[in-house]
Design a protein around this ligand. Sequence first.
Ligand code: BMP
Length: 204
Amino acid sequence: MKKDKGIILALDVGSKVEAIEVLEEVKDDIDAVKVGYPLILNTGLGFMKELKRFEKPIIADFKVADIPVISKTICELAVKNGADYVIVHGFVGEDVVRECSKAAKIFVVAEMSHAGAETFMKENAKEITGLAARYAFGIVAPATRLQSITKLKEIAGDLVIISPGVKTQGGVPGSAIKAGADFEIIGRGIYLAKDPREAARGFC
Ligand code: BMP
């Protein structure tokens, strides 16, 4: 995934019209688009193919966390419908991550950005990153906990680190990249802004 602006847009809007409007505005100021359940459950899996015309890598954020055979099927469906990368949970274990990696280029969630992730995820994030290093293209690590990014970076090797939690969740723009992330994921800070283009430029 080519790095220019260092920004991945989390396109969590509720309709095709909104999604296209936002992308038209910010396409020159982002490196990739992350789509997830809010958009895909509203518009259908096939919408990823329609987004191809923006010529940005598409990350399907399905946080896959099922048994291996079902997880692999989800990844296959995502790729068949236009995803360039799929986000998969790591806590489900090696068999799931391995099967998913056979079907797609994957990002593994190492540690999430919300407060609840401190309960179970934080203490296992290093092991999950070690697992990801064997199968994944990258990991997801929290912009809300910069020490976690720095710590996981030591284990991550060549893994690409993408980091959500910027602005609306409290992460300071630019700080995750300074701590070792490759890209910051930004959703509401861009698509809810009065002027999404100006907002996106402000993050570059
Ligand atoms: P926002 O910038 O609006 O807070 O959006 C963050 C995006 O990153 C959402 O799509 C969310 O699902 C995702 N995300 C997150 O916030 N924290 C994580 O730990 C993992 C995520 O994928």
